[in-house]
Design a protein around this ligand. Structure first.
Ligand SMILES: Cc1ncc(COP(=O)(O)O)c(C=O)c1O
Length: 380
């Protein structure tokens, strides 16, 4: 089936009891068993839930994996995947990764004997230099948050596999509509379903989709053992959000490109990071690896003062963390999503005090542009 058809139908079989077109929210903690050892495949809510299973089936199809597991948040999915490494192992990770991932790796997992190298994954040579005999995982994010840097997933997967490391790709920014990391060679894809998959800023969740049955089995075991499951209601919200993923992404893409081009021409904007612009250093890779460029843009206003004045004047664009919702969300990475990264490191990575990130929504383009133009008048 085509991608849009899969978004609507994969995992979404009519309810066997009533014929309900939408998968019911099975809001239950347990299931009655007919007798000892006799049940319908459902024993306890943490272990199995039909609404969650429907979402997992849907996600496995969209990403082309052997299976998917849904977790309580994107970070819970990353935590579950990270159980593939143990004390003594080494992980190579993008130095532009989401701040929460960096915090989890450096402040928590590092306490358990796992070591990390944060490198510029745009450079395969830098990744190769960082790989050691004990490297067991390569954690990639493409495009990265918030500087919209890309990495070549196919080349890096090949490199990691030659050295026996598992490749994990955070596909949150692109969504499977724009990028399919498993087809490019990765082993596991993760999402913060809070973002484009849910799409309506009304749920927090995460997912891990694996190419091999062995990884799916391990993730199922971890999901049940550590328990950070996605609730039935949240599973249903994500399942419903995904039904319109294609049409939302089409509109996100049109608006995203137009906003990026508009900002790039604006005299108050010093620099625009967007893979769809010919000026982006990896525009060629974006065209090769992605089927579009998405709706995330970051741009440089020169100083904290300018960023503050601009963010204080937006009206339609909502100032807030998160991204991927139908509404345009705007944020200040240095003080919000990336505050957990040391200042010096942030500046080195381009997460400067003047950097603003925008997740372009699907409102009328003219209204978004008018709001941005008006807010930019706050900068002298
Ligand atoms: C790229 C990326 N990965 C992971 C996460 C973590 O997801 P969650 O907030 O659902 O735990 C985020 C959250 O912003 C993100 O932007």
């Amino acid at each position: 089936m085509g991608f849009s058809t899969d978004c609507i139908h994969a995992g979404n079989a009519p309810d066997p009891t009533t014929g309900s077109v939408t998968v019911p929210i099975y809001q239950t903690s347990t299931y009655v068993q007919e007798g000892l050892g006799k049940h319908k495949g459902y024993e306890y809510g943490r272990t199995q839930n039909p609404t969650r299973s429907a979402l997992e089936e849907n996600l496995a199809v969209l990403e082309g994996g052997a299976g998917a597991r849904a977790f309580a948040s994107g970070m819970a999915a990353i935590t579950a995947i990270s159980t593939l490494v143990k004390a003594g192992d080494h992980v190579v990770c993008s130095n532009m990764t989401y701040g929460g991932t960096y915090r989890y790796y450096t402040k928590i997992l590092a306490n358990y004997g796992v070591t990390f190298s944060f490198v510029d994954t745009a450079s395969p040579a830098d990744v190769e230099r960082a790989i050691r005999p004990e490297t067991k995982m390569l954690h990639l994010e493409s495009p990265t948050n918030p500087t919209l840097q890309l990495c070549d997933i196919a080349v890096l997967s090949e490199l990691a596999h030659r050295n026996g490391a598992v490749v994990v790709v955070d596909n949150t920014f692109a969504s499977p509509y724009l990028q399919k990391p498993l087809a490019l060679g990765a082993d596991i894809v993760m999402h913060s379903t809070t973002k484009f998959l849910g799409g309506h800023s009304d749920t927090v969740g995460g997912a891990a989709i694996a190419k091999s049955k062995e990884h799916v089995e391990w993730l199922s075991f971890v999901q049940n053992s550590s328990g950070a499951i996605l609730s039935p209601m949240d599973s249903w919200l994500v399942l419903r959000g995904i039904k319109t993923l294609s049409v939302r992404m089409e509109r996100h893409e049109v608006n995203g490109r137009a906003v990026a081009e508009h900002l790039a021409k604006h005299p108050k904007v010093k620099k625009v990071n967007y893979p769809g612009l010919a000026s982006h250093p990896q525009h060629g890779l974006a065209k090769k690896q992605m089927s579009g460029f998405g709706a995330l843009i970051s741009f440089e206003l020169g100083s904290l003062e300018n960023a503050g004045a601009f963010l204080g004047k937006v009206r339609l664009c909502s100032l807030g963390e998160s991204l991927g919702g139908v509404e345009t969300l705007i944020s200040h990475p240095a003080t919000m999503t990336h505050a957990s990264i040391p200042e010096e490191e942030r500046n080195r990575l381009g997460v400067t005090p003047g950097l603003v990130r925008i997740s372009v929504g699907i409102e009328d383009l003219e209204d978004i542009l008018a709001d941005l133009d008006n807010a930019l008048t706050a900068i002298s």
